[in-house]
Design a protein around this ligand. Structure first.
Ligand SMILES: NC(=O)c1ccc[n+]([C@@H]2O[C@H](COP(=O)([O-])OP(=O)(O)OC[C@H]3O[C@@H](n4cnc5c(N)ncnc54)[C@H](O)[C@@H]3O)[C@@H](O)[C@H]2O)c1
Length: 249
């Protein structure tokens, strides 16, 4: 239980779903975590559960570029240089076909899922450069690999493809400085987002999954933990599916 011993990680969107699972797992592996989210009540509850020695919750809207400097400064002041970033916060956005999707809705999905990933990398990389090591895990989706699984709109697909591209660009740029950047592409994972999506769309997710079941968030945390840790020391610029074979079809 020490795969992240003495590491400091920043995890966005940690108040529920997969972000909560990543934070719990990281702390069990010895990390200190800076957890952020819009949802202050749940974020504070998670911080209390993890213990103030291990976790700091900061309320943040990741799509607000100005929020990042303060989050990083507070995190570094509390625990020291941040050397792991998990860009996890995300939204599905409205269910709409292209001609019905407003420009505002398109922009708001991209602001959270795409632009915030850029803001996060830009804000945290200086801390990693100072420490001489870093691992960034950007949470994309199977929607960042293929568009044929009934996603709410093309905005979600576009934003998740963008995450995959940015990941590779940053990996090439910062590889020489010992900062690794990878993307994770979950399939159907049992989280509040997933429940809301399947309710909205009435889709029968199970029929599309070769392993025949929806994943627990912990099954994604296993992969995120590995990529964040020094065990993945020769891995950068890559995308990792955790999709029960959906994209093998
Ligand atoms: N659940 C799935 O099946 C699935 C599949 C593929 C990819 N993903 C991706 O995984 C990530 C986590 O998804 P989840 O299923 O745990 O979602 P979730 O909705 O259960 O949790 C997302 C969290 O992000 C927070 N958040 C949303 N907008 C934010 C903002 N602007 N600033 C700060 N926090 C914000 C929410 O408050 C929430 O706590 C997302 O990027 C999502 O797109 C999820």
């Amino acid at each position: 239980m020490s795969r992240l011993l003495n590491k400091v990680a920043l995890i966005t969107g940690a108040a529920r779903g997969m972000g909560t699972s990543h934070a719990q797992r990281f702390v069990r592996e010895g990390a200190k975590v800076v957890i952020t989210d819009l949802n202050e009540e749940r974020g504070v509850a998670l911080m209390n559960e993890l213990g103030a020695d291990n976790a700091l919750f900061i309320k943040q809207d990741v799509s607000n570029v100005h929020s990042w400097a303060c989050v990083v400064a507070q995190g570094v002041a509390r625990f020291g240089p941040i050397t792991i970033l998990v860009n996890n916060a995300g939204v599905l956005g409205p269910v709409a076909q292209t001609v019905e999707l407003s420009a505002e809705d398109y922009a708001s999905v991209c602001a959270v899922n795409q632009h915030a990933v850029f803001y996060g990398m830009q804000a945290v990389i200086p801390s990693m450069l100072e420490a001489g090591i870093g691992s960034i895990v950007n949470i994309s989706s199977i929607a960042g690999m293929a568009a044929n699984y009934g996603f709410p709109s093309l905005a979600y697909v576009a934003s998740k493809f963008a995450v995959r591209g940015m990941t590779k660009a940053a990996a090439i740029e910062y590889g020489p400085r010992n900062i690794r950047v990878n993307s994770v592409h979950p399939g159907f994972i049992q989280t509040p987002m997933m429940v809301e999506a399947t309710d909205d769309q009435g889709g029968d997710a199970l029929a599309q999954i070769p392993l025949g079941r929806i994943a627990k968030p912990e099954e994604v945390s296993n992969l995120v933990l590995f990529l964040a840790s020094d065990e993945a020391s020769y891995i950068t610029g890559s995308e990792y599916l955790v999709d029960a074979g959906m994209l093998a079809q």
